[in-house]
Design a protein around this ligand. Structure first.
Ligand code: GAL
Length: 806
């Protein structure tokens, strides 16, 4: 009887839910969490019980606040920061009016091995720390002021990823409330099978779920908007969805004169899918998409909207420097802006699916993305990496990745794996072939974008190549073999999924500048010194398997069959500080350092890949009298550059052949002014000067944005330069800089781009400058008003910056 009554009650609430227009919401669920940590490598219940709960706001990365620790099991690959086991808890209530709705919790990513419980009921476990997932909490929730308790455990045993992963709920969490009949999670799929300037076919598939106990007649209305918010199409269809099932409905239309998505004009459309039952709206679901076509040609490379385009891309790991792995949209946007400003047009999300917001930004800003799934399959690279879970989870993880990401116009290729050990093994070993085919068929069942994999075995015997599963052969490194690739793999389309691995520390220079070190600063050690844990920022060092920037760019520009490349890496990242041991804890591979300050190579790309006029000379001009120094210049839009030292000409240089820079060797240092002038047809195009700096005298600060949103998330990045009296940056200044903030905000992080600085990122009060620069990241809280960042250092004139929160 009780059961029957409960059943009747359930039907009654369902009927009410259908009668009203459902107020569907998807809101961030990041506030008011509690957290405790056992940072041992294995979870110990006692340690966890003893730990105190701390209040936290998500996204949250517990590892970034720990001390760098040479005994951490993560090793310096994992930035010497510990993982451990973290417990999160959040209490919340739901109003009575939500009863009868379908209520979901979405996790964009938890590193790793997460288990989630609601009110003591286990919702599930997800091992892969880079997957997004959703749980249906509906049957376990309480309403009308009663308390609900959500618990999450994350176990990050190290070593797992070969880079700094971060730990915990490091991406957004969302609470979703839906009506009785609704569009499923990642339930739309929008493609544009035919595209021309005149028209495009837009095809929309919508998966609708009926949670009611009866077949339900519904109307699906899809309203399509252009990026100015104008309605370009309304599609409507009536259908019936059986009780407790889902239905997939195709709709399509011809869009005249589409505004095409491209890297320069990334136009976006929006499809709003509305589900009605008896004319009452039960759900509304928005999908952003783009209209563009592309193809790869065996001989002439990549085409976007029928026009050839060389992809000059970079690989990126997901950490945000001092902010760790905890995602922040402004911090990600800043990284992409800096990369875009030097002409980068492609991103490889190495070696895992990124935060969804990263792809939203790539859509909006115009990048050609390789969305990569895995760094290993069954054969692992680290003790606790994904190989432990691959067999059981790869299908689910890959499916979820493709379903989540397949509407992004910026996603052009799927990579099913990076440097997968199973590619080797020779003829008898069939594992690589089997898995490659399996992964490719999972992707193909969901989407038809090209599939690639980042390969290291340059041989037709490579088992992943032999599997026939790849549409596009992706190769990593071996730059000397690049010209031969077309001959080695006739009839195959080729992309360079990873190249370069050049090594540079911002502001460090090792002479002679044109002798290339394949193992960076170890040269100094060999010569009798001790390694100083820096790499030379002349483009003259790389990992032994790798190449300098210039060495890599030359064949890319020369051979049309190479559709593009993704260089390792755009930014320095936490972990993998090849070639150095502890205290090195972040990488040297970036074109831009960890704090976001460009290294000299940034200007090489800007001069080659943009039309902005560039004349960049380096190194700094503070040396010992009589020391012999090489000076380099990156320039464009000009025929020649003349260099002057204290007014005396040191000669004119012109790029010849495939040169991408010019240089003046063995200039005998004398203090003063080094000045370069670039000319075209005898007319001055640009001048650039470096002066010998005197003693450090003052701090100068500039904020990238002086007005930010008072939304609890927005950031201002403040660059601090140590200067002499006359405004010259002091090249090796390493003063301790103190920071304090007035107003309702916080210092979210301090950095300087130094790969060996062991000051914990939890220290938000002071940081040393590194080679003249430091960075403060200021975050707004929720109140409008003014923030003032005070910046001081012993013996130097201090400064302050005002930031307005709107
Ligand atoms: C590659 C690898 C990257 C990174 C890089 C360093 O082989 O794919 O993850 O380790 O080497 O050079």
């Amino acid at each position: 009887m009780k059961k029957l009554l409960l059943g009747l009650f359930a039907l009654a609430t369902v009927a009410i839910a259908v009668r009203a227009n459902a107020q569907n919401t998807r809101e961030k669920f990041n506030e008011n969490w509690l957290f405790k940590l056992d940072s041992a490598n294995d979870y110990s219940k006692n340690a966890m019980d003893a730990a105190k709960w701390q209040p936290v706001t998500l996204p949250h990365d517990w590892s970034i606040g720990l001390n760098f620790d040479s005994t951490s099991p993560s090793g310096n690959e994992g930035a010497c920061l510990r993982g451990g086991t973290g417990l999160y808890q959040k209490e919340f209530t739901l109003p009575s009016k939500d009863k009868g709705k379908n209520i979901f919790i979405d996790f964009d990513g938890v590193y790793m091995n997460s288990t989630v419980w609601i009110n003591g009921h286990k919702l599930g476990t997800r091992p892969y720390g880079y997957s997004s997932f959703q749980y249906d909490m509906t049957p376990y929730l309480k309403f009308g002021g009663e308390k609900n308790v959500l618990k999450v455990m994350a176990e990050n045993h190290q070593p797992s990823s070969r880079w700094y992963s971060g730990s915990g709920i490091y991406r957004n969490v969302w609470l979703e409330k839906k009506g009785s009949v609704y569009v499923d999670n990642w339930g739309t799929y929008i493609t544009t099978p035919e595209v021309s300037d005149a028209q495009a076919t837009v095809s929309i598939q919508t998966r609708i779920k009926n949670s009611l106990q009866q077949a339900t007649p519904i109307e699906l209305k899809t309203i399509v908007y252009d990026d100015k918010g104008r309605i370009v199409k309304v599609l409507s269809q009536k259908m019936s969805v059986n009780a407790g099932t889902e239905i997939e409905k195709p709709q399509s239309f011809v869009l005249p004169h589409p505004e095409l998505w491209s890297i320069k004009t990334p136009h976006l459309y929006k499809a709003v899918s509305q589900v009605f039952v008896h004319n009452k709206k039960q759900d509304e679901y928005t999908t952003t998409f783009g209209v563009r076509s592309f193809h790869f040609d065996v001989d002439s490379g990549f085409y976007l909207n029928h026009k050839p385009l060389k992809i000059v891309g970079v690989c990126m790991h997901h950490d945000l420097g001092a902010l760790g792995a905890a995602i922040n949209v402004r911090a990600m946007q800043r990284q992409l802006e800096i990369l875009k400003s030097m002409g980068i047009n492609g991103i490889r999300t190495s070696h895992n699916p990124p935060a969804p917001e990263w792809l939203d930004l790539c859509d909006k800003m115009g990048f050609i993305v390789i969305d990569e799934a895995f760094d290993c399959w069954e054969d692992g690279k680290n003790k606790y990496d994904y190989h432990l879970y691959f067999k059981q989870w790869h299908k689910r993880d890959l499916t979820d990745q493709v379903l989540r990401d397949r509407n992004h116009p910026s996603v052009f290729m799927w990579s099913i794996g990076n440097e997968i050990p199973e590619q080797g093994g020779g003829d008898k070993d069939t594992v690589g072939r089997r898995i490659a085919r399996d992964l490719s068929s999972i992707v193909k069942s969901l989407d038809n974008r090209p599939i690639t994999s980042a390969l290291t075995e340059f041989s037709p015997k490579n088992n992943i190549i032999k599997s026939g599963a790849l549409d596009l052969l992706g190769f990593n490194y071996h730059f000397r073999m690049l010209p031969k690739l077309a001959e080695m793999f006739p009839g195959q389309k080729i992309i360079l999924t990873e190249t370069t691995s050049a090594l540079q520390s911002r502001g460090e220079y090792l002479m002679p500048s044109d002798s290339i070190r394949r193992w960076a600063g170890f040269t100094r050690e060999k010569n009798g010194g001790t390694p100083d844990f820096t790499c030379s920022a002349y483009d003259n060092s790389s990992a032994p398997w790798a190449s300098t920037y210039e060495e890599t760019l030359k064949p890319l520009l020369k051979y049309p069959f190479l559709s593009g490349m993704y260089m390792w890496t755009g930014f320095d990242y936490l972990g993998e500080p090849t070639p150095y041991p502890y205290p090195a804890r972040s990488s040297y591979f970036g074109i831009v350092d960890l704090a976001g300050f460009p290294k000299d190579a940034y200007y090489l790309f800007k001069s080659v890949c943009t039309t902005d006029t560039v004349l960049h000379i380096f190194p700094h001009w503070n040396w010992k009298p009589g020391q012999k120094i090489d000076v380099w210049a990156y320039y464009n839009n000009a025929d020649e550059v003349e260099l002057f030292l204290n007014g005396k000409s040191l000669g004119i240089r012109k790029k010849t052949g495939d040169d991408l820079h010019v240089q003046w060797n063995n200039i005998v240092f004398e203090p003063g002014t080094l000045k370069a002038v670039s000319r075209k047809d005898g007319k001055i195009i640009k001048t650039s000067e470096i002066k010998t700096a005197g003693k450090a005298y003052k701090l100068v600060a500039s904020a990238d944005r002086s007005t930010i949103n008072a939304d609890g998330e927005d950031l201002s990045f403040v660059k601090i330069t140590v200067e002499d009296k006359d405004g010259n940056m002091v090249p090796h200044a390493d003063n301790v800089i103190d920071f304090s903030l007035k107003g309702d905000g916080e210092i979210a992080g301090l950095d300087n781009g130094c790969e060996t600085d062991l000051t914990s990122f939890s220290n938000k009060k002071w940081r040393k400058a590194f080679n003249g620069l430091a960075l403060a990241i200021v975050k707004a809280h929720h109140k409008k008003g003014k923030l003032t960042l005070h910046i001081s250092a012993d013996g130097l004139q201090g400064t302050s910056v005002d930031i307005e929160m709107k």
